[in-house]
Design a protein around this ligand. Structure first.
Ligand SMILES: O=C(CO)[C@H](O)[C@H](O)COP(=O)(O)O
Length: 245
């Protein structure tokens, strides 16, 4: 396949009050990356707008992307002071462009934005993300067809990773959606050297499906942080990806 396994514990499942030591613990357990979920909140009002005013989507009436609030650039900046790890940042926000500069300054390593909110400006986004020294990635929600990311992979200045969401974005601990594996298989067949990340519900019981479909970057939150021996889970995830290649 020509891609390497990257196991990225989702820090969303960590003890945020002890983020630096949780990060160090994961790296000592064998993590390659630390996955950082940046979310912008989603109120009842936003839900109404999101669901009933879809036609006005392109006029930017959707104010928030997910129904949860997590961390932002200040937390990335704080963590960066304690760790040289690759910080794989997943921006579940409506206006990713607003976050590029602060996230770059804070020390993010990867900046993955959502295709659903970047239809008009993905070229500009990729260019600015790269100019700030970050690796650009594009993510898609379960309901978004895979074809929507092809132009971003085939562009002259392309994204370097595709994140296939295997749960609805917003919360850790949800059930893995096996039907998303068709997207991964299609991507892997079409782009043998592409980094393909999966996120949501990954753990010992679901990794075989993701690995055999062709995913090489594995985000895992509750299965790693909830394990008595996280190192064993990380090692199992890595072995599954390597054996599938
Ligand atoms: O992006 C996310 C939620 O939007 C999380 O990274 C994801 O759900 C990982 O958590 P878990 O492994 O517990 O499902």
């Amino acid at each position: 396949m020509g891609v390497t396994a990257k196991i990225a514990p989702s820090m969303l499942s960590s003890d945020f009050a002890n983020l630096a030591s949780e990060a160090e613990r994961m790296l000592n357990c064998g993590a390659d990356w630390l996955h950082m979920d940046i979310m912008d909140g989603f109120t009842t009002y936003d839900w109404f707008v999101h669901n009933f005013v879809q036609l006005l989507y392109s006029f930017v009436l959707i104010r928030h992307f997910v129904p949860n609030l997590t961390i932002g650039a200040p937390v990335i900046e704080s963590l960066r002071k304690h760790s040289q790890a690759y910080l794989d940042c997943h921006l579940m926000v409506t206006n990713p462009l607003d976050y590029v500069e602060p996230m770059g300054k804070a020390g993010a390593s990867g900046f993955t934005f959502h295709v659903e909110v970047s239809k008009e400006n993905w070229q500009e986004l990729i260019q600015i993300i790269k100019s700030k020294g970050m690796k650009p990635g594009v993510a898609l929600k379960p309901g978004t067809p895979i074809e929507e990311v092809y132009p971003l992979i085939e562009a002259e200045n392309p994204v370097e990773m595709v994140l296939v969401m295997t749960v609805e974005p917003g919360f850790g601990g949800q059930k893995f959606m096996p039907e998303m594996m068709d997207k991964v298989r299609t991507l892997r067949k079409k782009y043998p050297a592409l980094d393909i990340e999966v996120d949501g519900g990954l753990g010992p019981s679901t990794i075989e499906m993701a690995a055999s479909a062709g995913a090489n970057c594995i985000v895992a939150g509750s299965s790693v942080f909830g394990a008595a021996e996280p190192a064993k889970v990380i090692s199992l995830l890595r072995n599954s990806v390597q054996q599938a290649q």
